[in-house]
Design a protein. Structure first.
Length: 290
């Protein structure tokens, strides 16, 4: 497994990250097995959040005895100081750890998210205090809007941004391009989401009939396209890409990732021509597709 540097810390992260949602709704035995398999494959970057069902409850025991081997990232969707403090301490307890390698504001999307989190008694007060107390080693955030992400970066010197950097949304919509430029200009670490996304699910397809029920978007399944999509995302100034929440797709990423070989001009032209009739999951103007 290839690794890349996380920011200025000189820590190396595996270029493929393990999405905690993979273990959501799984048996504890399967969760233990999936985590052990990922670590055996050289994956050390694990990402989870309280909003992923029971993923924290499964990941905590699965990491027992392995905590020192991983870079554990967690998040909070809370925007106020008190709520964020409760969420942070609860996540530490459930995940059976006394610190997070990375803690992030989760899903910053609207101007209200930004104003509340950075305002008086906002969540950032909790995060900064927890970092000073040693509960957090690195501070980051995730976002689903170029505008909101840039606003966050203007308010605090974050070390990393977890962001959707996807072939379709980037090439067709320009979604994420301002963040890539900011990273190139400032050294911000980019962690990628949705590298293996294809498009939105058909509106008439109920969730229970989707072949990947933990994915709110339709993922790529063709191995050649997965390989090219990962190469596209990892050709950007990206440290690591977190896979969709499905163990089979995670295994595909591990098998197919080729982080050191950017797309050729011919391949880039080919990827631009994929699925032109499909709706991208994000646009630069509106953020998240409904």
């Amino acid at each position: 497994m290839k690794t890349r540097l996380y920011g200025k810390s000189r820590e190396n992260l595996s270029v493929i990250g393990f999405a905690g949602i993979i273990v959501m709704n799984e048996t504890q035995a399967d969760a233990n097995r999936f985590v052990a398999e990922a670590i055996d494959e050289g994956v050390n970057y694990f990402d989870v959040a309280p909003s992923y069902g029971d993923a924290q409850n499964k990941l905590g025991p699965a990491l027992s005895g392995k905590r020192s081997k991983v870079f554990l990232a967690c998040k909070t969707e809370k925007r106020t100081r008190r709520e964020a403090e409760d969420a942070l301490n609860n996540s530490l307890r459930i995940l059976q750890t006394d610190y997070f390698d990375l803690y992030q504001l989760h899903g910053m999307t609207t101007p209200e998210d930004v104003e509340t989190a950075f305002g008086p008694d906002g969540a950032m007060e909790t995060i900064v205090k927890a970092a000073q107390a040693g509960k957090i080693r690195h501070i980051g955030f995730s976002a689903h809007s170029d505008e909101a992400a840039l606003a966050c970066l203007d308010r605090f010197p974050f070390e990393s941004l977890l962001y959707p950097l996807n072939w379709m949304t980037y090439l067709r919509e320009g979604f994420g391009k301002p963040l890539v430029k900011r990273a190139e200009d400032t050294g911000l670490t980019l962690l990628a989401l949705k590298a293996m996304a294809r498009c939105a699910w058909p509106e008439n397809l109920p969730r229970e009939q989707r072949p990947f029920p933990k994915c709110w978007y339709e993922p790529l399944t063709d191995p050649d396209k997965i390989a090219m999509a990962l190469r596209f995302t990892l050709s950007l100034p990206v440290t690591a890409a977190v896979t969709p929440g499905h163990m089979g797709l995670f295994r595909q990423a591990i098998r197919l990732v080729d982080a050191d070989r950017p797309l050729t001009d011919v391949e880039l032209a080919a990827i631009k021509a994929w699925d032109t009739e499909q709706k991208p999951i994000f646009t630069s103007q509106t953020g998240l597709r409904s």
